[in-house]
Design a protein around this ligand. Structure first.
Ligand SMILES: C[S@@+](CC[C@H](N)C(=O)[O-])C[C@H]1O[C@@H](n2cnc3c(N)ncnc32)[C@H](O)[C@@H]1O
Length: 403
């Protein structure tokens, strides 16, 4: 059985989505955590699942060392020697740092045991300094960041000095790292880098000191199921922050890029449909791209004057680019079917190479419209993702790479 994690408020929508996308499957809700199901994973897209633990086993262990042994038992003789593997280990109980400390001790015990008995496995464990998104998310409990400093990497473009990356949920903490969204998070950072076909993944979370769930996903599964299995711990991407952006909407664009592991780049061309007040265009400009911004309302004044931006007063649904562009980004407020049709039309007409499109909902009755997209988009894409992002409200983002 596979365990699909979801925000507690999304679990009923995930249950409906599973019933629609995998009607033959059985499902059992795990309160506040997600859904356990035997759905076939290949070809499955679940917008409301943040993370997937394939073949998850409910596990008990009486001590820290016993937890370390459980993890070793799950991988020894299973994960190939000398191939990279990652460990996602987190607490999902209690308040304060108790669970965090326990997980840190389990990790330390695991490393010690591997040193003694399985050096080859220790060598191939991807060195993951705790990342800012390791904040524990105890059910109904406190949230404190559990993490260390992230690398400060060289900045591309003309990034704002105010951009920051927060753990999710957003809360200040002394260990929080300051990161500019202009950095290429997800590129090269071992914590969040996209899976390669060689990467295996162990996920283990504790629901109490002595109980939890364990899943070992052998390469190439994490890579081949990358719309279901996230390289981000718990499938949660830290929130970006930039006080200079025209609105907070830019966090959706940045999160989509991070999840995709692709980033709008210098000198690329980008069409931004429904662009006003301009925070998606702002990100693209910061990265050095050339933007055609389409809206009925103008963007913030400084963006309108920016030489990298051309504004077109037009109907987003009628606009056609003069030639194929590197990126379609679209955050238009429209009925969900219109945004879905727009994306499919752009894909069929090969108008863009990469895309990030928000599909907005009113209420909860229309999520089944996403099934059209799941059915029709993958064959038009080299890469297709569909997610309710950490930064999304009642929206889902479709993003990917066109064929
Ligand atoms: C949520 S806002 C976009 C926010 C933008 N992504 C940002 O980060 O600043 C949606 C925009 O879609 C525009 N819009 C809605 N329908 C449109 C249409 N048919 N054609 C062009 N723009 C449209 C609205 O004017 C509005 O500015």
């Amino acid at each position: 059985m596979h365990l699909f994690l979801a925000d507690p408020d999304s679990i009923p929508f995930l249950a409906d989505e599973l019933r629609r996308s995998a009607p033959e499957s059985t499902q059992r809700e795990i309160t506040d955590i997600g859904i356990l199901s035997d759905a076939k994973l290949e070809g499955l897209h679940l917008a409301f699942a943040r993370q997937t633990l394939p073949d998850a086993l409910e596990t008990t262990a009486v001590s820290i060392n016993a937890w370390a042994d459980r993890i070793i038992d799950a991988i020894a003789g299973h994960f190939p020697d000398e191939q990279p593997w990652r460990l996602h280990l987190w607490p999902q109980y209690g308040e304060g740092r108790a669970g965090v400390n326990r997980c840190e001790l389990i990790r330390a015990s695991l490393v010690e045991r591997l040193k003694k008995r399985r050096r080859h496995l220790l060598r191939s464990l991807v060195k993951e300094g705790p990342s800012p998104n390791l904040s524990p998310k105890p059910i109904g409990g406190d949230n404190q960041a559990w993490g260390g400093e992230r690398d400060q990497r060289s900045q591309q473009g003309e990034p704002s000095r105010h951009a920051r990356q927060h753990p999710s949920p957003r809360r200040e903490s002394p260990t929080e790292a300051t990161i500019n969204f202009g950095e290429r998070l997800g590129e090269g950072h071992p914590n969040d880098a996209p899976f390669t076909p060689e990467t295996s993944l162990v996920q283990c979370f504790l629901t109490s000191p002595e109980s939890g769930w364990l899943s070992a996903s052998l390469a190439p599964q994490p890579h081949s199921l990358r719309d279901l299995i996230s390289p981000f711990l718990r499938g949660e991407v830290p929130w970006a922050e930039d006080k200079s952006a025209p609105s907070r909407a830019f966090t959706k664009l940045v999160e989509s890029e991070q999840r995709l592991g692709r980033f709008i780049d210098r000198d690329q061309t980008c069409v931004d449909l429904g662009a006003s007040p301009g925070s998606w265009s702002y990100v693209a400009i910061q990265r050095g791209a050339h933007v055609i911004a389409v809206d009925r309302s103008e963007l913030r004044e400084d963006l309108m004057r920016n030489p990298r931006l051309r504004f077109e007063t037009a109907d987003a649904f009628k606009y056609k680019p003069p030639q194929t562009v590197d990126w379609l980004v679209c955050d238009v407020i429209a009925a969900p079917q219109r945004s879905i049709d727009l994306l499919l039309e752009w894909l069929r007409e090969k108008r863009m190479r990469n895309f990030i499109v928000t599909i907005k909902f009113k209420g909860h009755d229309e999520y089944e419209l996403l099934e059209t997209l799941k059915r029709d988009a993958p064959s038009l894409c080299a890469e297709f993702r569909l997610k309710r992002l950490s930064a999304n409200k009642n929206e889902v983002c479709a993003f990917g790479v066109a064929k």
